[in-house]
Design a protein. Structure first.
Length: 563
């Protein structure tokens, strides 16, 4: 079937979790097998300078959904601790006044579905208000994890969430807990004449510290690792080994149900985030251990979705897009083995501010008969560009009451223009501007300045192994004058320029400074969704299947259980 760009295509968005740009064969990795993702690149357009708006998932996904820098929606943090939503029982989340691309397409008559990870919040004031739920942000169907996958979801793994909190609370528990114990020793209270109300108070405090420690780790799996269908909790805690199969089944079912009308399907994979849950038939198949096995299973799942489009004769009228939310996680380890991916030649990784390895991600578009097969584009592009691009191909109108930072990619993808509309891209770490990229108009040169860079631990390691994730503020290095790189000639950011070896140094830095001032004038104060209060666990907001706090259920049938 011949399709023109004026047709309203079906749209399938495929997003991996923590996938390194250097992990895929089509991006130069010759030791891993990703034939289905490679097929997408071979049959479509591959972007080599595709960039996330943040190097961690919650703000990056907020920018992807809204086409706006996460600081504009309050989905960026001022604290190192709360760079993403940490609890489903928190009150922060994507604000209701933000308009996602799903809502735009819903208004254009698309059936919209999200299968997989959300991680944009759930409720605001009560357990069932679902103010930040996917169904409140334009999705007609939701099946998946309102939080996401993390190591705490598997009892055998090293806990990932708030590791440092466990140690500090343990110390506090011991310190405070010793007080009532000592006070119970014969004659001890007489020596210090401590009233019994004080003893009881200290005992209660010790209990609260102990409860906080236990809830942070003993209950993380039950609180955060759940599966929902629309508003209903159907697995609590989730059976992690079954979930990937269930997600794939739901994605294929969605295509089958809505194949006769325009649809938007956003498949937000759990792969390749730890704990790297992989079905048995893929275990031990790759050259890269658990991570490689999980990656090859991801590729197989992509293949199953492409096969479904082929089988239903939908391929020619479906725009397929593949990407990752941020770069590979370099610090993640278990038993001394590295469990993260590879960011190719690019420096840094997940959580590392503006370094390329944390923000440069795969970007592949396929739309047969509309986009040229095998085309490669080296221009700077962004995950935020998906928003205006989908609005354009669906015949929608962008909101006029807010700044949209993304650019419509269709002219570039179709070859009607050869230069990205992004002159400047701003690379944040939380609410802090760490780096800026300047793509000179009508020129191939891409300059990049770093005002702040994370301080690696141990020094010179290239990552932050001591703390798990690099800091955005505090334990960082500020640069004045800023570090300057020519990304077009030095993509690995290994050769900083200076006035001594670059005649344009001062002019480039001055021009970027002016762009930063202009950009900051477009920012307006908004409620901070990732504040300490908003990210704290609140019992009255905790999703629960059954009677709180004894939450637990599994409503999947036996067929799904054995899938």
């Amino acid at each position: 079937m011949f399709v023109t760009r004026n047709s309203r295509p079906n749209i399938v968005l495929l997003m991996a979790d923590d996938l390194g740009v250097g992990d895929l064969s089509c991006y130069g990795n010759h030791t891993v097998r990703t034939p289905n993702i490679d097929r997408l690149a071979r049959e479509g357009v591959r972007l080599t300078q595709h960039l996330a708006a943040a190097s961690v998932c919650t703000p990056s996904r907020a920018a992807f959904l809204t086409g706006r820098y996460p600081v504009r929606s309050g989905m960026a943090s001022a604290f190192n601790l709360n760079r993403g939503l940490a609890w489903l029982g928190g009150s922060g989340g994507l604000p209701t006044n933000e308009t996602t691309f799903a809502k735009l397409l819903q208004h254009r008559g698309y059936r919209t579905g999200l299968i997989g990870k959300w991680h944009q919040g759930l409720s605001c004031a009560s357990r069932n208000d679902h103010c930040s739920h996917p169904l409140n942000h334009g999705f007609d169907d939701f099946y998946g994890l309102p939080f996401g996958l993390l190591s705490d979801c598997r009892a055998s793994e090293v806990p990932e969430l708030h590791r440092w909190l466990r140690v500090k609370l343990s110390i506090s528990t011991v310190a405070v807990g010793l007080v009532p114990i000592l006070l119970l020793i014969p004659n001890f209270t007489r020596w210090f004449s401590v009233p019994w109300p004080v003893i009881v108070t200290f005992g209660l405090l010790a209990f609260l510290f102990l409860a906080s420690w236990y809830c942070s780790y003993g209950f993380v799996r039950r609180w955060n690792c759940i599966v929902m269908r629309d508003h209903a909790v159907i697995q609590q805690p989730m059976t992690e080994g079954r979930v990937p199969s269930l997600l794939l089944k739901e994605a294929l079912s969605f295509i089958d149900r809505y194949k006769h009308r325009p649809f938007l399907l956003f498949v937000s994979f759990l792969h390749v985030h730890t704990p790297l849950v992989t079905r048995q038939k893929f275990v031990g198949r790759s050259k890269h251990g658990r991570y490689g096995d999980n990656l090859e299973e991801l590729d197989w799942m992509v293949g199953k979705i492409l096969q479904s489009l082929d089988r239903e004769q939908l391929a020619n009228r479906t725009l397929v897009y593949f990407t990752s939310d941020n770069g590979a996680f370099l610090e993640v380890q278990a038993g001394g083995a590295h469990l993260g991916g590879w960011n190719g030649v690019y420096r840094g990784g997940k959580g590392m501010g503006g370094w390329e390895g944390g923000i440069r991600v795969p970007g592949i578009f396929r739309w047969p008969t509309v986009l040229e097969a095998g085309k490669v584009i080296d221009e700077p592009t962004s995950l935020m560009d998906i928003y205006p691009t989908l609005s354009y191909v669906s015949g929608g109108i962008l909101p006029q009451d807010r700044v949209i930072d993304g650019q419509n990619l269709m002219p570039l993808l179709e070859g009607r223009v050869h230069h990205s509309n992004h002159e400047f891209l701003f690379h944040y770490c939380g609410v802090y501007l760490h780096a800026v990229r300047w793509h000179q108009k009508d020129c191939a040169t891409v300059w990049k300045v770093h005002y702040v860079t994370p301080r690696f631990s141990p020094e010179g390691a290239g990552a932050c192994y001591g703390s798990g994730t690099c800091s955005c503020v505090g334990d960082v290095t500020s640069h004045d004058p800023p570090l300057l790189f020519d990304i077009s000639r030095d993509p690995s950011e290994s050769r900083p320029l200076s006035p001594d070896n670059e005649a344009l140094f001062d002019a480039v830095v001055k021009r970027i400074h002016a762009a930063v001032r202009q950009h900051r004038r477009t920012l307006t104060p908004v409620p901070q969704q990732l504040s300490v209060f908003n990210t704290m666990w609140k019992p009255w907001l905790q999703p629960c299947c059954g009677t709180f706090p004894f939450c637990g259920c599994d409503k999947e049938d036996d067929i799904a259980r054995n899938a």
